[in-house]
Design a protein around this ligand. Structure first.
Ligand code: SDX
Length: 429
């Protein structure tokens, strides 16, 4: 929907810039023709005021703490549905009927195995390699095995690649974990649901039957729902930019994994747990809050703050509830890390600095405690985030490829380097 154009006046140049409104949320000023009309670029490193695309998948209202997947509130999806239902919703745009859900579950389940030769990749890594390093490598390597779903111009191949990625990420993630602990890989079992299958591939050993705890499986499934998509975050933007060149979907998802690994992004769940462990006891919290506020100290409260949420991250509330469920199911009466997290949250939320900068706990603040209680090592936390976010990445990639106005992403710059100068011989330098 086009609104009254905006006007831009720079020196003697005045241009009309079309304004477009979305369904909900901020309108956009379309600056696509601005360089041609003014000879100037816009400048927005970090993209704090820039919409990179049009999308129908996920909506976030940062001031109200709202997160919608295809219009459905995250609280309702997490409460009533399972992860594969949210995958179907993100991919196809509508909640599945009973028959559609059964068919989708069947299809995903039967793509969970990986080519047997992929197992050899793992042997090339050191046993102490970070699982995210392994995942970046092996997911990119999928394009060396599944050539029949790399033609991005073919809608069927795009869908096959999407299903393969959603289905095989848990298998590869479990293999990455097993490899680091020196245990044999466990094959997927078709009789199990997505998340139970993943838990079994991670924690089963050949010497005895592994019984899935339904409470823990439900909790992890809900955690996957919370992490499934989040509009144009850094890793999704990476996937979109990689995909805009026509790169195959497996390579694009590997690029997303690499970006997610950063501690400012998906790596924050690992960093947040390490921070809580470093703080150790409640009495040391003020020292760390002081450091977080000190501009000369690079320390930040990991799991706090967000580019979009200037209110409580709705996922963090659900995560906190899930954390208590898992701790109680595991019979963990008092987890010192949880005590530190709850007290740190209380102190931070009443501190002027955090209030003024609107810094609240984000999805990563309580997830680490929960994942640790589920039995995962800290190094696997971001891998679990990647398992869940794969559906968001591939849904956004598919939306971009299917957008008729899609073209390669190629930002410009403000150049502040040397003007033209001549080369001189080394003898004169
Ligand atoms: C995720 O984008 C997404 O949607 C991401 C994600 C998703 O689902 O994809 O939600 C997942 O990445 C969640 C965020 C996880 N990261 C962390 O928890 C790391 C700690 N948080 C910060 O690094 C930071 O808050 C970011 C990276 C999350 C947001 O950075 P911004 O938007 O660039 O904000 P900023 O760094 O400009 O901070 C604004 C101010 C600064 O102070 P001033 O320079 O204005 O004086 O707030 C301060 C910052 O110093 N600040 C913090 C802080 N976060 C911001 N101070 C202390 N501790 C913090 N955690």
């Amino acid at each position: 929907m086009t609104q009254t154009p905006g006007k831009l006046q720079v020196d003697d140049k005045a241009v009309d810039l079309p304004v477009r409104a979305g369904t909900i949320g901020p309108s956009v000023v379309d600056i696509g023709k601005m360089y041609a009309q003014t000879g100037m670029f816009t400048y927005d490193p970090g993209f704090t005021s820039t919409a990179s695309c049009e999308s129908k998948i996920t909506y976030i209202d940062g001031d109200e703490g709202v997160l919608l997947y295809r219009g459905y509130p995250i609280e309702q999806l997490a409460e009533h549905g399972d992860f594969l239902e949210s995958c179907y919703l993100l991919l196809y745009g509508e909640l599945p009927t009973k028959a559609q859900k059964a068919e989708f579950d069947y299809t995903v389940t039967r793509h969970t195995m990986v080519h047997e030769q992929m197992a050899r990749f793992f042997a090339g890594f050191r046993r102490d390699a970070h699982p995210m390093a392994v995942m970046t490598g092996v997911v990119g390597a999928l394009s060396a095995f599944y050539h029949d779903s790399t033609d991005i111009s073919d809608p069927n191949q795009r869908m096959v690649a999407s299903i393969r990625l959603i289905s095989k990420m848990p298998t590869l993630a479990a293999m990455a974990y097993k490899y680091t602990i020196g245990q044999p890989f466990v094959y997927p079992k078709n009789e199990l649901d997505f998340t139970s299958n993943f838990l079994r591939m991670c924690f089963a050993v050949p010497c005895e039957e592994y019984k899935v705890n339904p409470v823990l499986s439900r909790a992890l499934d809900r955690i996957f729902i919370l992490h499934a998509d989040h509009e144009q975050n850094a890793s999704t933007s990476t996937v979109r930019l990689a995909g805009s060149s026509g790169a195959n979907p497996f390579a694009c998802i590997a690029a997303g994994i690499a970006c997610l690994w950063g501690p400012a992004h998906g790596g924050a769940n690992e960093a947040a747990l390490k921070m809580l462990a470093e703080i150790g006891t409640v009495d040391r919290i003020p020292e760390y809050v002081k450091r977080a506020k000190d501009k000369s100290d690079p320390f930040r409260l990991m799991g706090f703050g967000h580019r979009v949420y200037k209110n409580y991250d709705p996922r963090a509330k659900i995560m906190q509830k899930t954390c208590h469920e898992v701790l109680s199911e595991m019979g963990i009466k008092d987890d010192p890390l949880l005590d530190v997290a709850v007290e740190l949250e209380r102190i931070a939320l009443s501190d002027e600095y955090f209030i003024e900068k609107k810094l609240y706990p984000n999805v990563d603040f309580y997830s680490g405690i929960t994942l640790k209680a589920l039995g995962f090592p800290v190094s696997m936390f971001t891998v679990l985030f990647a398992v869940a976010r794969t559906v968001g990445w591939i849904s956004q990639w598919k939306e971009m490829i299917e957008d008729p106005s899609q073209r390669i992403g190629r930002p410009r710059q403000l150049y502040t380097g040397y003007d033209k100068r001549d080369y001189g011989p080394i003898s004169e330098r």
